[in-house]
Design a protein around this ligand. Structure first.
Ligand code: SF4
Ligand code: SF4
Ligand code: SF4
Ligand code: FES
Length: 946
């Protein structure tokens, strides 16, 4: 059997301690003080049998299999719980410990089914291995005594089973759930022989609070907790290390494969972003890659009400190129544009913007970061000089006060949330600024010190009021400000925030939060030690998104919380490669590396490498492209990996724009909402089918490695290359690594990046260049990238979206753990058991006023449109606020969102819409009609070969 399991040192590594010399079975070595005897032995190449120990959990000492003898000590201590000491002489293989271990194994085996040959874990079972390792030859107690062999299995979870007949009660699962994941869903119930693992209050796994992260399955040494895919497909044969394609945490996984079939995704222990942990999406929700609805052959149609017909790749590319040429000849060079994807690799994104700039001859390229984190780029570049978060995730281990604003990490960034929760359980303080009571506010062993449940749209007022307190109470870190920041800008800012209208006592009426709480939170942040700020789309997706990012940067600078571990300003990026899409020059005004297209020197380096003369004028942003389409100036678009019709605000307006274009090319995995308006459909490849890199929220560039042959025939960058060539612009890459070499040659912050270097180092956080050859975990450590930090004035300007008698409630939106973005991938997995419809959260008071009960159909109406969905009555939202997710196209929450957007970047104001909610009889008329439209537009002339 080809074992592909990751090495296990038994107990966690100890770092930073002085070295201790020990001798184990005659092998002398030095290890850090505090290291367990078990781990030291493993480092000396000696495996001590173990069952309850594993190296991502603190030692527990329950199985008694790891006994050793130590000179000068009586008895046989457990090696997992015994730390090394200077001069220690350890013996791991003596007749005494061998006999004791065999006795222990006999007891385990006497209550364990002996179906190894047919067990799904055969060959991948630590119990089986240990029976061999201790030389078990007989079981003197027989198998006839009292046992647990008939206990029924729990198969309720869609991805894994729990078969208690195989449980050895080692408690690894319970500890993984508590210590690694932080959910505390599991306990050991009963005593002595009756002990067994229980989920929740003796519920099924599905009904318990289990969030299906898989940590317990990973930890289980037997087949008790086992992936259903392993049971169905069999033990994997090989593994390929790659990066999750869902959120911006960027978890590293080992894709374990049998033939061309993925058996399971196992989080990589050496993953530098996730350290061996995962969430339900990356761990289990990869089945969309082989979903029957995936389109694998190119399709074209002359008109969008014609049926699709399948064509060869050659025909699809030639047709697209001829249409694009026709459009430019008739309507001019600027009538075309392209959308790069934050879900695709850096290399693919780089090629899309290159195709637009060099092939189309304009700068009309944009990306979905427009609708999420563009204010982060603008705000942090203005204040600090770099459009990115300042820290690595490990930094949170050194934070004393954690401030979370407009983010819901346990749903949106779950693996990082688990790290954050570990730090909070160790005693770090927590401030949550969010209109909704997110899970972090109160969960197992965690309670926020302050939850400032502000009215949606008032972030800037709140953050400025906190700054007011910090200045008023002389809590500014003046030595940091004097040394690191622009003096004049600081003085102007301090004067501005000190004005009476920015005092908490004035702002409490705007935000709906008591002044005392604002004061308390500000004092805690300024005086509580290392203060780290984490924020999300609840900050950026506002008409003052950029202002709020700047206000956050101001707070960090004023309190000296920049430039070292444990502090910083950290945007939690939504999509897997939204950082990379920005880095790669996907915005219409910036070339790769965030350099303005008007910069003559920068542009000439691209001109020389690309053999063209680039346009020096910024191109159109997504909203401008849509407006230009409606006014007849913009006629063709190439969209790679984005569903603009579903994800952008004011769906009606977006649909009208697409309907006005002459050639819409959608390059994606599935016929999405935008494909309803497409003339060409180019099938995309999944992350399992391609080589490349993603850049996560910590600026960490990680490899994406091809696990299987692309089912559509090509990696996505190859498809863009074919299109460029058909348009007459030559591209000749033979491998994604060659694209990265070009990126490195053209982009100073990527100068030291290559696939070879990534393979060597595991990952690299940019900037990576001669000065920082292994990358930069913490930015601005000795000075800001822009020289001195720049405080910005952050006057609060209320959004123009106002509540009133017709629309008295404020709608805000967000994500849920089991689903991802517009749900294209996750809705095609078993994750729908947790969420198959978007629901409207409404406070009991508002629900009662409207006669609304739990799960009633309600109509959600705004000035822009209406949709219907079911109600969830909950006090998680404050009175006056309603909340929904946007994962399901049947609901299309964006039908009601407005066209208001951030003043600096046009990022839509998704988080504030004035609405009314009333009882309804079911779906709205357009929703029923929409189902018909989808059926018509998805119609094929022939049934595809799938
Ligand atoms: S899957 Fe995760 S949350 Fe669920 S019981 Fe296991 S460790 Fe806990
Ligand atoms: S389910 Fe697995 S990890 Fe949990 S106690 Fe049983 S054998 Fe140990
Ligand atoms: S936390 Fe994000 S990157 Fe990690 S497994 Fe989950 S979805 Fe993937
Ligand atoms: S591995 Fe040490 S007691 Fe179980």
């Amino acid at each position: 059997m080809n074992r592909i399991s990751q090495p296990d040192f038994g107990t966690p590594a100890v770092s930073g301690a002085r070295s201790v010399n020990v001798v184990i079975d005659g092998v002398a070595l030095s290890v850090p003080a505090g290291t367990s005897v078990m781990r030291a032995a493993r480092e000396a190449g000696i495996d001590i049998p173990k069952l309850c120990a594993t190296d991502n959990l603190e030692a527990f000492g329950s199985c008694r299999l790891c006994l050793v003898e130590i000179d000068g000590r009586s008895g046989t201590p457990a090696s997992c719980t015994t730390p090394v000491s200077e001069g220690m002489q350890v013996h791991t293989q003596t007749p005494l410990v061998a006999k004791l271990r065999r006795n222990v194994m006999e007891l385990y085996i006497s209550d364990h089914p002996l179906d190894c040959l047919t067990c799904s874990a055969n060959g991948d079972c630590e119990l089986q291995d240990m029976a061999g390792a201790v030389g078990l030859r007989e079981v003197r107690y027989g198998y006839e005594g009292e046992n647990h062999l008939d206990l029924p299995a729990d198969t309720s979870n869609p991805y894994f089973t729990y078969d208690p007949s195989k449980c050895i009660v080692c408690s690894r699962c319970v500890r993984a759930c508590a210590d690694v994941q932080g959910t505390f869903a599991l306990t050991i119930e009963g005593r002595g022989f009756e002990s067994r693992v229980a989920a929740g209050q003796s519920e099924s796994f599905l009904d318990s609070e289990c969030v299906s992260c898989g940590a317990c399955v990973q930890a289980c040494p037997t087949a008790t907790l086992n992936e259903k895919s392993v049971i169905e497909i069999g033990t994997p044969e090989r593994s390929v290390t790659t990066t999750c394609a869902y959120c911006g945490v960027g978890c590293s996984f080992r894709a374990e494969v049998r033939g061309e079939q993925v058996v399971r995704m196992v989080p990589a222990k050496d993953g530098q972003a996730n350290h061996g942990h995962s969430c339900v999406k990356g761990r289990f929700a990869w089945g969309y890659a082989t979903h029957r609805e995936r389109v694998l052959k190119p399709m074209i149609r002359k008109r969008t009400d014609d049926p699709w017909h399948e064509v060869s790749w050659e025909e699809a590319i030639a047709y697209t190129a001829s249409e694009f040429r026709r459009i430019q000849e008739k309507h001019g060079r600027l009538a075309l544009g392209g959308i790069a994807s934050s879900r695709c690799t850096n290399e693919e994104t780089f090629l899309v913007q290159k195709l637009v700039r060099a092939g189309f001859g304009n700068n009309n390229v944009d990306t979905c970061a427009r609708v999420c984190h563009s204010p982060t780029g603008y705000g942090l570049k203005t204040t600090f000089g770099a459009s990115a978060g300042t820290q690595d995730f490990d930094s949170v281990e050194h934070a004393d006060v954690i401030m979370v604003i407009g983010a819901n990490p346990t749903d949106g960034h779950p693996v990082f949330a688990s790290r954050m929760k570990q730090r909070l359980r160790q005693g770090a303080k927590l401030i949550v600024i969010d209109p909704r009571r997110i899970d972090l506010v109160r969960s197992a062993h965690i309670e926020a010190d302050f939850h400032l449940a502000l009215r949606p749209g008032t972030n800037v007022a709140m953050l400025t009021a906190m700054a007011h307190v910090i200045v008023r109470e002389n809590l500014v870190d003046m030595s940091f400000v004097r040394e690191r920041c622009e003096a004049d800008a600081f003085s102007a800012w301090a004067e501005f925030v000190s004005q009476p209208e920015n005092a908490p006592e004035a702002v409490e009426k705007i935000c709906g939060v008591a002044a005392a709480d604002i004061v308390g939170a500000a004092r805690l942040f300024a005086t509580g030690g290392n203060g780290a700020i984490y924020y999300g789309l609840g900050v950026t997706e506002h008409s003052q998104g950029t202002t709020a990012v700047m206000a956050i940067a101001n707070l960090a600078m004023a309190t000296g919380n920049i430039g070292r571990a444990g502090v910083g300003v950290n945007p939690l990026r939504g999509q897997n490669n939204v950082q990379g899409a920005g880095d790669m020059g996907s915005f219409p005004h910036e070339l790769p590396g965030y350099r303005h297209v008007s910069d003559e020197v920068v542009r000439s380096s691209f001109d020389a490498m690309w053999g063209v003369k680039l346009d020096d004028a910024p191109g159109l942003r997504i909203p401008n492209m849509l407006d230009a389409a409606i006014s007849g100036r913009f006629k063709g678009i190439y969209i790679q990996g984005e569903d603009i019709v579903q994800s952008d605000p004011n769906t009606r307006h977006v649909a009208e724009a697409f309907a006005a274009m002459e050639c819409v090319v959608v390059h994606d995995l599935f016929l999405n909402e935008t494909a309803n308006y497409a003339h060409v459909f180019l099938p995309g490849s999944t992350f399992l089918e391609k080589n490349g890199t993603f850049t996560n929220a910590e600026r960490r560039i990680q490899r994406v490695r091809k696990v299987m042959t692309p089912r559509n025939g090509h990696e996505d960058w190859q498809i863009t290359q074919m299109l460029a060539r058909a348009l007459g612009y030559e591209m000749n890459y033979g491998h994604a690594s060659e694209i990265m070499d070009e990126i490195a040659a053209l982009t100073p912050s990527f100068a030291g990046v290559s696939f070879a270097r990534l393979d060597e180092l595991g990952s690299i956080q940019w900037p990576c260049n001669e000065a920082m050859p292994v990358g930069t975990p913490v930015m601005h450590s000795s000075g800001f990238v822009r020289g001195r930090g720049r405080f910005m004035i952050t006057a609060y300007v209320p959004t123009e979206e106002r509540t009133g008698p017709r629309f008295p409630l404020l709608l805000t939106t967000g994500r849920i753990l089991s689903q991802y973005n517009v749900g294209v991938q996750t809705r095609r997995t078993a994750n729908v058991v947790w969420h198959n419809e978007d629901m409207l959260e409404i406070h009991p008071h508002d629900a009662e006023q409207r006669g609304i009960s739990e799960r009633d159909w309600v109509r959600l109406t705004s000035r822009e449109g209406e949709t219907s969905l079911r109600a969830h009555v909950t006090d998680r939202v404050a009175p006056g606020v309603v909340y929904t997710t946007f994962h399901v196209p049947d609901t299309q929450a964006n039908v009601v969102t407005t066209e208001y957007s951030d003043w600096a970047t046009n990022c839509p104001e998704y988080k504030v819409t004035a609405v009314q909610v009333s009882l309804s009889n079911g779906q709205s008329e357009w929703q029923r009609a929409h189902d018909d439209v989808v059926r018509t537009h998805a119609r094929l002339e022939e049934v595809p070969g799938e």
